[in-house]
Design a protein around this ligand. Structure first.
Ligand code: CTP
Ligand code: CA
Length: 220
């Protein structure tokens, strides 16, 4: 019902959203992951669809249902997320990277479950850095309009603008990570080439609709 009142600002646009955490295996029963419920990314996918876009949601493991009318592709690892995004990116007008992608994967994944031993030795893990999906998309020759997210724990204004420049993207959305994980509310700061503006504390779905409007304005 609410959806029908949303202005159709993204009709004819294809939007890809990444959401949720990634999960990087250690062995067949264990892995490492990031804190992310997926709520903000799913809310953005829903808001983009309400605005008339054709939406693809590339999601790491979450407990959420796919929003109505959104095509969801489930992945587990950062590498899988990267491969799915890259295989479909040429059809997209807008790319919104909301996923909390693991920065490292385990290099020495064990094919069998690691077992404890009597001496109490802990296993050693080696790590390799994952490809930065957002930076890879932003570097494409015909890159879509790219929006990044940054969850910081401090110095949001400074780190947000630095991250936008480093990733070479037109819009970066910052939030204070530990204040939002798993919550239904959030507050956002938008960084673009003109400076920064705040979207004050609100329900994530309301913020998602505001963000979609901000993106549509910048596209036109
Ligand atoms: N991102 C991505 N692929 C990665 C890492 C991050 O697409 N391998 C995206 C995230 O989805 C987010 C943005 O990059 O939109 C910023 O992620 P963040 O973790 O804040 O930035 P990093 O560049 O990884 O820097 P750091 O974790 O060191 O702060
Ligand atoms: Ca990171």
């Amino acid at each position: 019902i609410i959806a029908s009142f949303q202005p159709k600002l993204l009709v004819g646009k294809s939007v890809m959203v990444t959401a949720g955490p990634t999960f990087e295996p250690i062995d067949p029963v264990r892995g490492i992951t990031n804190l992310s419920s997926g709520k903000m990314g799913y809310a953005i996918a829903r808001a983009a669809r309400e605005a008339g876009a054709d939406v693809t949601l590339v999601s790491g493991p979450t407990a959420l249902d796919a929003p109505y009318g959104v095509q969801r592709i489930n992945v587990q690892t950062a590498e899988q997320m990267h491969d799915v995004v890259m295989s479909r990116i040429s059809a997209q007008h807008i790319f919104i990277a909301v996923a909390a992608v693991a920065d490292w994967r385990v290099a020495n994944v064990s094919a069998q479950k690691l077992k404890k031993n009597a001496a109490g030795d802990a296993p050693s893990l080696a790590f390799e850095q994952n490809t930065d999906i957002l930076a890879a998309v932003a570097a494409l020759k015909n890159a879509p309009y790219c929006v990044g997210f940054a969850a910081e724990s401090e110095n949001l204004l400074e780190y947000g603008e630095a991250k936008r420049k480093k990733k070479n993207i037109p819009l970066l959305v910052g939030n204070i990570g530990h204040q939002t994980f798993g919550q239904d509310q959030n507050e956002l700061v938008l960084f673009d080439d003109k400076g920064h503006t705040a979207l004050p504390l609100a329900d994530k779905q309301k913020l998602a609709r505001q963000l979609v409007r901000e993106i549509a304005q910048r596209l036109s």
